[in-house]
Design a binder for this molecule. Structure first.
Ligand SMILES: [Zn+2]
Length: 426
């Protein structure tokens, strides 16, 4: 076991809810109002000059707005940052072909404002872990002559030991629909398992092969979506056959379908972590789908909507990545999200970047060095190289090697595990 400092978020209830509720409500409503002001500015700027302002532009522009002083300046800044992030998330989804993605909206229900989460940073809060008290700063506009802060008495879950907290990074006031709670983002020292080794692996997520993994020694593995596709087809057909009178039946079919998908994700993430442990991997690099995909620039964007009759959208990748992260962490393996820029256009052998993809029938060919590689494994290898720039250790001549013919693992419905293609029964 080794010691490591990590971020943990602890959720605390507020014991003096009745005393602080009005004050917190005021801040929550203010955050929504500021969000809406920012959202409106985005609309205006967009229609004037066709550009959506970034976070720092929004802050500069709105610093003097009267709504900005409803919250502590760091809290106001965070609201505008969230708005900018919501736009970035939306661009990312659009780029990945998710045509159902919508830009962030206004936070309003008729004349009412919802209670938005309010974030307090360094100068905006004080935590007294010994006595279980948190002091939150109000904005200039909400300060009165006798209180310029809100004092919350908090109660954390019984298994949380606040004495192990080294520092509190930020506090978020979150409305649950019934009460305000505080989320404390803490730095804590924890015991972590020793990592299985120093090697690296790269994972590329996609539609045909849900995952492709490239190991440091140059071999690659593919995890096709065989069973999930059949499953999806089977269930979609049965759901389509239900009419309105069967809505209960359709609901249950939908539930089974999503439970089976979750099972697949769990099994695959367990399996990949196991493979990495066997291989002495200490760091996994995985493509960050929030980032830019190369395909955009070639006008060849992956159209999830069209090819993805499988209804696998970015949420599926996010969910899977999250599973992989926590399972890997439990084995002492770090998962790093890296940008996918150029990972499908570059040759993983000589590093040459092509303007357009040279991918035919799933093979990447390079006329510079002669590499012929499975396109997804080539992508995974490029992702791996972002955390470990050294060439794979097999001497560089991989044109006839593992990259071209990676082993494919199929989900074996009988054993409920992944097995190499020739051993799987499905
Ligand atoms: Zn090459």
């Amino acid at each position: 076991m080794a010691k490591e400092t990590v971020n943990r978020t602890y959720v605390a209830s507020i014991r003096n809810q009745r005393q602080v509720r009005d004050d917190l409500d005021a801040l929550g409503f203010s955050a929504s109002k500021l969000w809406n002001v920012g959202r409106w500015v985005c609309d205006r700027v967009w229609s004037e000059i066709g550009h959506i302002p970034r976070h720092n532009e929004l802050t500069t522009y709105l610093k003097t707005h009267e709504r900005y002083d409803d919250l502590h300046s760091q809290s106001s800044q965070r609201v505008l940052q969230e708005l900018a992030e919501a736009f970035t998330g939306w661009y990312g989804k659009r780029r990945n072909g998710d045509t159902r993605a919508r830009p962030p909206g206004y936070r309003k229900h008729g004349d009412d404002h919802p209670r938005s989460t309010v974030t307090f940073k360094a100068a905006g809060f004080k935590v007294d872990t010994k006595n279980g008290r948190v002091r939150l700063s109000k904005g200039e506009n909400h300060k009165s002559c006798w209180t310029d802060f809100i004092l919350c008495e908090i109660q954390t879950q019984p298994d949380v030991d606040l004495s192990t907290v080294e520092s509190v990074q930020q506090v978020r006031a979150v409305w649950t629909g019934e009460a305000w709670t505080l989320h404390l983002v803490c730095r804590v020292a924890i015991d972590v398992p020793e990592s299985p080794g120093k090697k690296t692996a790269g994972i590329d997520l996609g539609i045909v092969n849900f995952a492709a993994i490239a190991f440091e020694d140059g071999h690659g593995e593919l995890y096709p979506l065989n069973c999930l596709k059949q499953d999806d087809y089977y269930f979609s057909k049965r759901i389509a056959r239900c009419d309105d009178s069967d809505s209960e039946r359709a609901r249950r079919l939908n539930q089974t379908k999503s439970a089976r998908r979750t099972h697949y994700f769990h099994t695959l993430s367990n399996h990949l972590v196991e493979r990495c442990v066997e291989d002495g991997v200490g760091t996994i690099a995985i493509g960050d789908l929030g980032g830019i995909r190369d395909d955009d620039e070639t006008g060849d964007a992956k159209d999830w909507g069209r090819h993805g009759n499988l209804d696998l959208h970015s949420w599926a990748f996010d969910r899977f990545t999250w599973m992989l992260e926590y399972k890997a962490e439990a084995e002492g393996i770090t998962v790093t999200r890296v940008s996918e820029r150029d990972t499908s256009k570059s040759c993983s052998c000589c590093g040459r970047v092509r303007k357009a993809n040279r991918v035919e029938r799933g093979l990447y060919t390079c006329d510079e060095c002669g590499l012929v590689a499975n396109a997804d494994v080539n992508g995974a290898e490029n992702i791996r190289r972002k955390v470990s720039p050294s060439l794979a250790t097999d001497g560089g001549d991989r044109s006839n090697g593992w990259l071209a013919q990676p082993s494919a693992y199929l989900f074996d419905t009988e054993s409920g595990r992944f097995a190499p293609r020739d051993q799987a029964t499905s």
